[in-house]
Ligand binder design. Structure first.
Ligand SMILES: Cc1ncc(COP(=O)(O)O)c(C=O)c1O
Length: 435
């Protein structure tokens, strides 16, 4: 890049050739805080083209669990590339090894298929469930995100007047697909029981065990257990979308921590510390439907599925998550961020709360109490969040620029950045009340 390359010039060129000026609408939201483009990341930091360095709490929406550019993971990738980039035929020792690790670690995993994104994983899981049951209807929960495909991109962030109704999140979705997606409130076991009374064509129930797409909704005692019981009674696959929770909160997934084993599990994000790798795994009799030759059974396919780069990253990331106290340390730090923020909100008399779990935290303004479902998150003060995030960015902290989502910690974050965060949050919250 030449000397004239600045945040502003990159953003201006991006707007001419990339719709919205970034690869996704959510990424473009970063512009709300001023034109910015990034050109480097290391450890807990993110570097803008203009040279500003931020402590990164966004962490690419969550995959970076060890820190940006964690050397052992990057070395593992480099070593793998030296042997060959892509074979795309038969199997490889690396893919067998990582599949075996997942089978050892994740309670529901008896067999594994790799893919490249969480969206692919949930798509595959639903196809497997539909083939198994011969049914069409998918049940999901309001506020849960399972990727952008037509079966699930429904009622993730419905506006108030659309709560309790099917709300397609995108134009261009197939109405028949949307109509086959039933949306229920999270933490309402009765609603699930009623749905199974009403419909005899349910193919799958899909759920984030902790919905982090709206900050953090913790499942109440008995909720996930009811999902398990009702789906088992009806022989309908239960799918846990552990794209965020898997590995960031536990090397064995939240299904292990909660003691509820689904039939199928979707994994991605923290599995590869930033490299593209995802998986659908589950019971052998469901997964084996994909064991045909692409002319029968369930087709699961992809030129880049099981790519050595993602697998090498996953093998090393999983090894570190198993052998080092990563989850323990980042989760303890997360608790301190939540407590620290709660204390500051109280000190400054600002209505709000700090929700989260483990290494995920989310300051939410204008709402109080423990959120149980999507409706409890609606009505949060978006403008106040933007002011807080802007003030924090001016002081060198980069947030996921969306008030409904969440901030993340990595193993590269530590005591020093925590202290700085707290002091700066104190100053920014103080300026909000005095301003
Ligand atoms: C819980 C959950 N499921 C699925 C997805 C989709 O994953 P991807 O963006 O890799 O397609 C996401 C992405 O944020 C997610 O948070």
């Amino acid at each position: 890049m030449g000397d004239d390359v600045t945040n502003r010039s990159v953003v201006s060129r991006a707007r001419a050739v990339i719709p919205g000026g970034a690869q996704t609408g959510l990424r473009a939201q970063a512009y709300d805080f001023g034109e910015i483009a990034f050109s480097g990341a290391a450890g807990a930091t993110l570097e803008a083209v203009d040279g500003e360095v931020f402590t990164d709490y966004h962490l690419a929406f969550g995959p970076i669990v060890l820190g940006h550019g964690h050397p052992p993971v990057d070395e593992a990738v480099t070593n793998t590339i030296d042997e060959g980039v892509l074979y795309g035929t038969a199997t490889t020792p690396l893919e067998v090894e990582v599949a075996e690790r997942l089978v050892d670690l994740v309670p529901s995993a008896e067999q594994v298929n790799f893919c490249n994104s969480g969206t692919e994983a949930t798509y595959h899981a639903i196809r497997l469930a539909r083939a198994y049951t011969g049914n069409d209807r998918v049940i999901k929960f309001e506020g849960c995100y399972h990727g952008w495909h037509d079966y699930v991109d429904v009622s993730v962030y419905p506006p108030q007047e659309r709560v309790g109704k099917r709300h397609p999140e995108s134009d261009g979705m197939l109405p028949e697909a949307v109509e086959h997606t039933e949306v229920l409130p999270f933490n309402d076991p009765g609603a699930l029981e009623d749905a199974f009374e009403e419909f005899d064509d349910v193919a799958a129930v899909i759920c984030e065990p902790i919905p982090h797409s709206v900050g953090c909704l913790l499942p109440e005692e008995g909720f996930l257990e009811t999902l398990r019981e009702v789906t088992a009674e009806n022989d309908v696959p239960l799918i846990f979308d552990e794209v965020i929770t898997g590995f960031r909160h536990s090397a064995r997934g939240m299904q292990h921590e909660f003691g509820v084993t689904p039939d199928l599990t979707c994994l991605a994000k923290a599995m590869g510390n930033g490299y593209p790798i995802a998986a659908v795994c589950g019971r052998e009799n469901l997964m084996a439907q994909a064991g045909g030759d692409n002319t029968s059974g369930v087709v699961i396919s992809g030129t880049y599925s099981g790519h050595p780069v993602g697998l090498a990253a996953a093998r090393e990331t999983l090894r570190l998550l198993e052998t080092e106290p990563v989850v323990e340390e980042i989760s303890a730090l997360g608790e301190r961020y939540r407590e620290g923020l709660e204390g500051l909100l109280a000190d400054h008399g600002i209505e709000g709360r700090a929700v989260g779990y483990g290494s995920v935290f989310s300051p939410q303004f204008g709402v109080t109490g423990e959120p149980r479902n999507y409706e409890d998150v609606l009505g949060l003060d978006e403008e106040r969040f933007a002011e807080f995030a802007r003030g924090m960015r001016e002081r060198g902290h980069f947030f996921t620029p969306n008030p409904y989502k969440r901030q993340h910690l990595s193993w590269a974050h530590g005591e020093r950045v925590f202290e700085t965060y707290l002091a700066d949050a104190d100053a920014v919250l103080g300026s909000l009340t005095s301003g």
